[in-house]
Design a protein around this ligand. Structure first.
Ligand code: SF4
Ligand code: SF4
Length: 128
């Protein structure tokens, strides 16, 4: 499946599948091809920032976070960072075997998907 097809499927919320336990086992893992927004505490858990950053100014937190190759940008209006996506649209932290390399420390956005997300309770399931 190419990048265009993946993005079309992700953007077609009406075509998403109601999530149920076990669904991930047969899926291509398209939720890891969506932009992931994270907060400072997620970056600390990911060890991109340190606990001491909580004592620093927002400006310094942003400056240091953006030094990491896995962090794309900061959005002031939401006070969230966006993780970088690779050229194929997959998350920076997804490996070639489609596994999250930071699963234990993954951001809340990933933990809460699909209960919280563009269409709560539904996800971009696609059979592998
Ligand atoms: S898109 Fe849905 S089924 Fe596929 S890995 Fe993500 S949550 Fe699981
Ligand atoms: S951090 Fe891990 S679980 Fe979250 S989108 Fe990236 S690869 Fe997927």
């Amino acid at each position: 499946m190419n990048k265009k097809n993946i993005q079309e499927h992700i953007n077609d919320l009406k075509g998403w599948t109601r999530y149920r336990k076990g669904l991930c086992e047969t899926c291509l893992g398209l939720c890891c091809y969506m932009p992931v927004e994270v907060k400072v505490h997620d970056l600390i858990r990911l060890k991109i920032l340190d606990e001491f950053h909580l004592e620093l100014s927002e400006r310094e937190q942003i400056k240091d976070a953006l030094k990491h190759p896995g962090v794309l940008r900061y959005t002031p209006s939401t006070q969230k960072f966006t993780l970088k996506q690779k050229p194929d649209g997959s998350c920076y932290f997804l490996d070639n075997d489609k596994k999250c390399t930071r699963y234990e420390d993954r951001p809340d956005t990933c933990r809460n998907h699909p209960q919280i997300g563009p269409r709560p309770g539904f996800c971009a399931y696609m059979k592998s």
